[in-house]
Write a protein that binds this ligand. Structure first.
Ligand code: AMP
Length: 422
């Protein structure tokens, strides 16, 4: 019986992986420019890392993959990157350096969501965190990094939206005001939003349901409830971004999907027609209490997540995904049985000389082998034939100029290295 992939997952086939490698290489390069180091944490954690008392987002309440391991421990596949990274930061006491720990990670996350284009049950995220300080200039730097990633990739139809939720006092004042505004509409709210009203009314601002959206249209916004400290903090972030020529759009209704955010929140949004809610490529914000909640000191941080599938869709939509095919240096055709025995040594020698090399392993004749060789997009073809080998030589053909000549076996490596400029 043939077995299919799990619903909501996908395969990156060999023909598609070059787009992923291109994107990841751009990311690694940009991270070096900002002095961010890679961190790799497990894809599963003890459930309490994600299921914290203060976290009531739909993502954590309804979408996690939770299971008991064979020793009955509660385990969760990570639905997002930040909590696991903070767990690691605290566990390894990375805070003792008293410096901001700048880290990033690329890897799969898991959410039990309704699959559609740009929404999967396993998806890849770039996660970036600057941990150990609450500082408006650091917030501005992180938003700048997200902006610069978009620029580096050449994306034009993408906007960075920012807002502030303020500190805990401001956020609580806003939450109360929003609750008071929404309470008269309780019966008209969707079932999910009725529950959110008591647990976390901010989530209702994010509702995808039209009738909810109509109700929140005139709701107060977090900006109206920022205390003086939070106002100043936010203004400093905006000024710093302006000074760096980073174009952002203020969006007073932006709240983001997680409960641990305070002060700055931001989202990166593309405008691909037909992509709908999936146009949100990434987002993040600063957190003041998450590190303490996970058993660490009272320090803040800021981070964001970018969905790699969505970034790839955005590149495709803007025609920026024409990544050149991988090119082999040499493709070897062994033309009869006797010479095949020589293949392993020749391949090993060429590869040891740093050349990218492959050979044909089928039993096809010359014509069939040639046809396959051309598909491999190789700069040179190497013919191992009976007649040439009698002279301790091979045939080499330059696929660009079509020029072919005989080269002595002992000169093969220097000949090819010179031709390839290596
Ligand atoms: P979030 O952690 O929900 O703020 O998501 C950050 C980014 O991760 C989103 O903007 C998406 O690009 C991506 N993302 C989140 N959930 C999914 C999903 N189920 N499938 C694909 N990408 C996702």
């Amino acid at each position: 019986m043939a077995v299919n992939k799990v619903k909501g997952t996908y395969d990156v086939l060999p023909t598609e992986s070059k787009r992923w490698q291109y994107l990841e290489a751009k990311i690694h390069d940009l991270m070096k420019r900002y002095n961010f180091k890679e961190i790799r944490t497990p894809i599963f954690e003890y459930s309490e890392v994600f299921h914290r008392q203060s976290e009531n987002s739909d993502m954590v309440n309804k979408e996690t993959y939770d299971f008991l391991d064979r020793a009955n421990r509660k385990i969760t596949l990570r639905p997002e990157g930040t909590a696991g990274i903070i767990r690691s930061y605290v566990e390894h006491k990375l805070y003792v350096s008293q410096e901001v720990e700048k880290v990033y990670s690329i890897g799969p996350n898991f959410r039990y969501e309704r699959p559609q284009k740009g929404r999967y049950r396993q998806f890849y995220q770039l996660n970036v965190e600057a941990i150990g300080a609450s500082n408006p200039f650091l917030d501005a730097e992180i938003i700048t990094l997200a902006y610069q990633l978009i620029q580096t990739l050449g994306l034009k139809e993408v906007q960075v939206k920012v807002n502030s939720l303020g500190d805990r006092e401001s956020r609580n004042a806003y939450q109360t005001a929003l609750y008071d505004y929404l309470t008269p509409y309780r019966e008209q709210l969707s079932d999910d939003s009725k529950i959110r009203l008591d647990k976390n009314p901010l989530r209702i601002l994010d509702s995808k349901i039209q009738s909810d959206q109509d109700i929140v249209l005139n709701a107060p916004t977090p900006i109206d409830y920022l205390n003086d400290f939070s106002k100043k903090y936010y203004q400093t972030v905006l000024d710093a971004l302006r000074a760096a020529d980073v174009t952002v759009v203020e969006n007073p209704r932006l709240v983001r999907g997680l409960d641990y955010y305070s002060h700055t929140v931001f989202e990166i949004e593309a405008s691909i027609p037909s992509f709908g809610a999936q146009n949100v490529l990434g987002g993040g914000g600063s957190y003041e209490h998450l590190i303490a909640e996970l058993g660490g000191p009272n320090l803040g941080g800021i981070g964001f997540g970018f969905g790699l599938e969505r970034l790839l869709y955005a590149l495709e939509a803007e025609g920026l995904d024409q990544i050149p095919d991988f090119q082999l240096d040499v493709f070897v055709l062994a033309l009869d049985k006797e010479v095949k025995a020589l293949l392993p040594k020749i391949l090993f020698d060429l590869r040891s000389a740093d050349l990218k090399v492959d050979a044909n392993y089928t039993n096809k004749g010359l014509k069939g082998q040639l046809k396959q060789a051309l598909k491999h997009n190789s700069r040179y073809l190497l013919f191992l034939g009976h007649d040439e080998l009698a002279k301790e030589a091979v045939g080499i053909k330059d696929t660009k100029t079509e020029f072919q000549e005989e080269v002595k076996l002992k000169n093969l490596v220097p000949y090819l290295k010179e031709k390839l400029g290596k």
